[in-house]
Design a protein around this ligand. Structure first.
Ligand code: GLY
Ligand code: MN
Length: 461
């Protein structure tokens, strides 16, 4: 954990951002996998981690905005707990680590909420993403489960996002620790990407690295010779020489901060001419977007710049045609890059997405587009120092999408479908880095992971 003052300061700041009422921040409980005693790996709620830091089930916190006090709810361990889990710290020891001294038994949580309801006080809570959380809130607030979604506090959502978006030095260090693990995962995957190997041998090996060096993966590993399937979790293919292997994988540090890196390598370690040509386009888009990062620019602008690189590279290869800017304005390039440039990253790999993607990624100044491709940009906002986010352009040949657009004669003025036909067996390429926005520019986080054609080929020999 960070120092106790880090957590008390965060709670204090949060309290100051709201007008009045109680802020209810429940921690997560254990969740059954296939029966109650066999649970999923426990994952604490990220906002609870941010404000209370305690990585155990069965806790909740309340910040009283009106009297400035905060309260921690939990139960002392029993002899049964000691028998099954060994000696555990007392509640007061745990609470001290979070800088909190008002400790109450868990059942008092319901009483405090009930009292607040009777006094007509506002109870702020965040959107839920697990059934157990919704059921708990419904019970505490005396509401139907279906009503909970609409009752989440927008004032609290915006305030939490304001605080969690800007990472401090300690948080950046944690992310860099997660990046070190990602370095080991990705360089291992590169060296293993040889013909005859089954994808799951590599996926399993690198998941093992994430588990042995940190808290495991920050999201299920995407590793495939079918990179054109954007989130491909199937790991049963045998690697063959003509294909490229996309590995999109990251780890969690011991305080649950994420890394999220994508690299694409030619199976066998040598790029063919066709692979080189497409790879260079994605690399140029990745580099152009990264080099343009500075406070004040919007991520939507970076996304457009990357798309322009993709479109102009494809035009040079004869796959697209016409005016590049016009093609991108109309969204024709989205046939090849039907996703956004990236997302915020922190305690969640898509940071704070559970609070609502539009609250995190957009605001009064930057609105989400409804154009195919650009609409999928999760994060379009103006960049500020302390933001950590991903830059992950990609270029894919998705046969079903190509057939659909071709059949509809869509953007025939910008797409050379005859030539695109001959790339339907190509697959896809994505290159992703994690970036910190600094006061006057940016910092690519972590030890550089091979990215240029030479670097990739050199590590794979
Ligand atoms: N790395 C997976 C994603 O960004 O969605
Ligand atoms: Mn990502």
């Amino acid at each position: 954990m960070f120092n106790p003052e880090v957590y008390s300061n965060r709670r204090k700041k949060l309290g100051q951002l709201l007008n009045s009422g109680l802020i209810l921040l429940p921690g997560n409980s254990e969740t059954a996998f296939n029966y109650n005693a066999n649970t999923y790996n426990f994952r604490q709620d990220s906002s609870f981690l941010y404000f209370f830091g305690l990585d155990h089930p069965g806790f909740a916190g309340i910040i009283d905005v009106d009297n400035g006090k905060d309260y921690f709810f939990g139960d002392e361990i029993t002899m049964d707990d000691i028998i099954w889990m060994g000696p555990q710290p007392s509640l007061s020891d745990r609470a001290a680590k979070a800088g909190i001294s008002n400790i109450l038994p868990y059942k008092k949580l319901g009483e405090m909420i009930q009292e607040a309801i009777e006094k007509n006080r506002k109870i702020h809570f965040l959107p839920t993403y697990r059934g157990e959380q919704t059921a708990q809130l419904a019970e505490l607030l005396g509401k139907m489960a279906v009503e909970i979604k609409d009752l989440a506090s927008v004032e609290l959502i915006k305030s939490v996002i304001r605080l969690r978006s800007v990472k401090d030095e300690g948080e950046v260090k944690e992310i860099e620790f997660a990046m070190d693990i990602a370095y080991n995962m990705h360089t291992t995957a590169m060296k293993m990407a040889m013909p005859g190997v089954v994808e799951r041998e590599i996926a399993g090996k690198i998941e093992g690295i994430a588990l042995s060096e940190g808290l495991g993966v920050s999201f299920p590993i995407i590793l495939s010779i079918n990179g054109q399937i954007l989130h491909n979790h199937y790991h049963g293919n045998i690697l063959v020489k003509e294909r490229m292997m996309v590995t999109d994988a990251g780890a969690e540090s011991v305080l649950h901060y994420a890394s999220d890196i994508t690299r694409t390598v030619p199976v066998g370690g040598k790029f063919s001419r066709r692979q080189k040509e497409i790879y260079e386009i994605v690399l140029a888009a990745n580099m152009k977007a990264i080099e343009s990062i500075k406070p004040g620019i919007t991520n939507k602008e970076l996304h457009i710049m990357a798309c322009q690189k993709i479109a102009s590279g494809l035009k040079d290869l004869g796959l697209m045609k016409g005016d590049v800017d016009e093609a991108v304005n109309h969204g024709a390039h989205a046939l090849f890059m039907p996703h956004g440039l990236g997302h915020m990253m922190g305690l969640d790999v898509h940071d704070m997405e559970g609070l609502g993607e539009n609250w995190v990624g957009y605001d009064d100044k930057v609105k989400r587009s409804d154009q195919f491709g650009l609409a999928f940009l999760r994060f379009g906002k103006q960049l500020e120092p302390g933001f950590v986010f991903t830059i992950e352009p990609g270029l894919y040949f998705i046969p079903a999408l190509i057939d659909k657009w071709k059949g509809e004669h869509k953007f025939v003025e910008f797409i050379n479908y005859d030539r695109v036909e001959s790339y339907k067996d190509f697959g896809g390429i994505r290159i992703e880095d994690d970036i910190l926005v600094t006061n006057n520019g940016y910092k690519v986080l972590g030890k550089p992971i091979p990215k240029t054609i030479k670097e990739v080929e050199d590590i794979m020999v």
